[in-house]
Design a protein around this ligand. Structure first.
Ligand code: BES
Ligand code: MN
Ligand code: ZN
Length: 489
């Protein structure tokens, strides 16, 4: 579904539209409309309106000259926060999919609140229907909904919501695209086409170039597939930018495990294994559209991990871009191999910080569940910046350590390091981070600050909640846009 057409409303109750009114939980329940709806405490009690987050009620209310205006009450829980409003609007969007026009009526909505309502509505209403033949009910929804928010002078907030929704939708579309359609080459072509006419430059390395440049990790993981690997480099460098952020994304367009083949059930959903790379592209799309005065470079490491006569084998030793040699003990630990090269390339550009994003380990899901991102890294100030941005964005993120004793387990009897420790699953998320850290280069002051985001769990969801639809979530695009936006001040 496309992004709604946003506008500011001067009237909350217009013919042909439905009005959404946030309701706060408490004693008494508080209807947060700016317009008097004549909703007495008795009527609210009779309707069983609780204000509980996610609770919805449709009713007809009298509002000024409109005696029977259609209204959707939507609970926001106990606190009127931007995140509560985003979630409520996301739920409202799904409930109101077939409506042509929706108006949000929230009393005295501030800029952040206007943005939250619009963004939550756009994100919650997202649906990936490119492969739907149009025979289901939902396909009857209008092509583009009109969504307005009752407020004055908040056009900038709506525009920011539109840009963020566009970037998250772009990322979700890439992730949701099936792996027969999206292979490394078509991924790279799509990115190149999307950024063609803007301020972002795109450079693509094919397999021959990857080998020539010594990227043994990306080339190695990709060699088992008939669809060869690619590296996509994105560059947004506004004039006068003082800060430089490097983004690195894992882009495995399908992860079968390779010769260390996954069991059938664990393979389903592995089209999501390029979520990190899709997020890198989404963040840069938003940063460029917002015109943020920060240089952002992206590296998307794209490969398809399949078994074949040419595939990487357990026991192979490969040489990475950094010249580090890796004994491949498990071809299913492929993400760290492609990222190792991309992190080395990012390090060569010596940005102020490198942030990598990857659906890296099943251990991440075991440790933090499927909604919380695992954050690791080598520097506290950047860790705290990203954690604070994640909090504002409403994308749960939790810091995890990279303990010394885990780093020691990287030792290999034949190469510099192994990519997995056979028979040892303890601290799997941390081990993977310790592996990645070996590829972070130095600038004049020691190791380049680096943040690793393991999004194996939060990259996708089996069922919708709040403003997160079923399928790809687009996590952590908004966290990173927020991190970069906050560098201005
Ligand atoms: N793409 C997977 C990680 C993953 C697992 C993401 C489940 C989402 C859900 C990754 O490439 C992988 O297979 N990791 C292995 C590493 C192991 C072989 C050391 C894992 O976590 O099992
Ligand atoms: Mn794997
Ligand atoms: Zn993988």
């Amino acid at each position: 579904m496309s992004i709604p057409e946003f506008s500011l409303a001067t009237e909350a109750y217009a013919a042909g539209s439905i009005t959404v009114v946030p309701v706060r939980q408490g004693d008494p329940v508080e209807v947060l409309a700016g317009t008097d709806l004549g909703l007495t405490e008795e009527r609210l009690a009779a309707l069983d309106v609780s204000g509980k987050a996610g609770a919805t009620q449709r009713l007809l209310a009298s509002a000024g000259s409109a005696p029977e205006a259609p209204v959707l009450l939507i609970g926001i829980g106990e606190h009127r926060t931007p995140e509560a409003l985003r979630r409520a609007a996301g739920t409202a969007a799904r409930a109101l999919r077939s409506e042509e026009a929706v108006v949000y009526d929230l009393a005295d909505a501030g800029a952040e609140e206007v943005e939250a309502l619009a963004l939550g509505h756009a994100l919650g209403g997202y649906r990936f229907d490119r492969f739907k033949s149009g025979q289901d009910e939902e396909s009857a929804a209008p092509e583009q909904q009109r969504v307005s928010v009752l407020a004055e002078g908040r056009a900038a907030a709506l525009e920011r919501a539109r840009v963020l929704a566009d970037a998250v939708h772009f990322t979700r579309d890439l992730i949701n695209t099936p792996p027969n359609e999206l292979v490394p080459e078509s991924f790279a072509d799509h990115i190149a086409a999307e950024f063609r006419d803007g301020p972002v430059s795109v450079e693509v390395w094919d397999e021959a170039k990857l080998i020539e440049e010594g990227c043994g990790g990306i080339a190695g993981v990709g060699q088992g597939s008939a669809n060869p690997p690619r590296l996509v480099r994105l560059e947004y460098a506004p004039e006068g930018a003082e800060r430089h952020v490097g983004l690195v994304g894992k882009g495995i367009t399908f992860d079968s495990g390779g010769l260390s083949l996954k069991p059938a059930a664990s393979m389903v959903g592995m089209k999501f294994d390029m979520s990190g790379a899709a997020s890198v592209a989404g963040v840069i799309r938003a940063v460029a559209a917002l015109g943020l005065p920060v240089r952002v470079s992206g590296w998307c490491a794209l490969a398809e991990n399949l078994p074949s006569a040419n595939a990487l084998k357990p026991d192979d030793v490969i040489t990475m871009r950094s010249k580090t040699t890796v004994e491949v003990t498990n071809t299913d630990a492929e993400g760290r191999l492609v990222l190792g090269d991309a992190l080395a390339l990012a390090s060569e550009a010596a940005p102020d910080v490198i942030v990598d994003i990857a659906t890296l380990t099943g251990a991440q899901v075991v440790a933090l569940g499927d909604r919380t991102t695992g954050l690791m890294g080598n520097e506290e100030a950047w860790r705290d910046r990203v954690l604070a941005a994640a909090e504002r964005a409403g994308e749960p993120t939790w810091a995890m350590p990279i303990p010394e004793e885990i780093k020691e387990r990287l030792t290999s009897p034949v190469a510099d390091i192994v990519n997995a420790k056979p028979g040892d699953r303890s601290g799997g998320m941390l081990f993977a981070a310790a592996f990645l850290e070996r590829f972070i280069g130095e600038d004049g002051d020691g190791a380049i600050p680096w943040i690793h985001l393991d999004i194996a769990g939060p990259a996708d969801t089996k069922s919708a909640y709040g403003y997160v639809p079923q399928g790809a979530t687009g996590v952590p695009v908004r966290t990173l846009v927020e991190t970069i936006a906050a560098l201005n001040g």
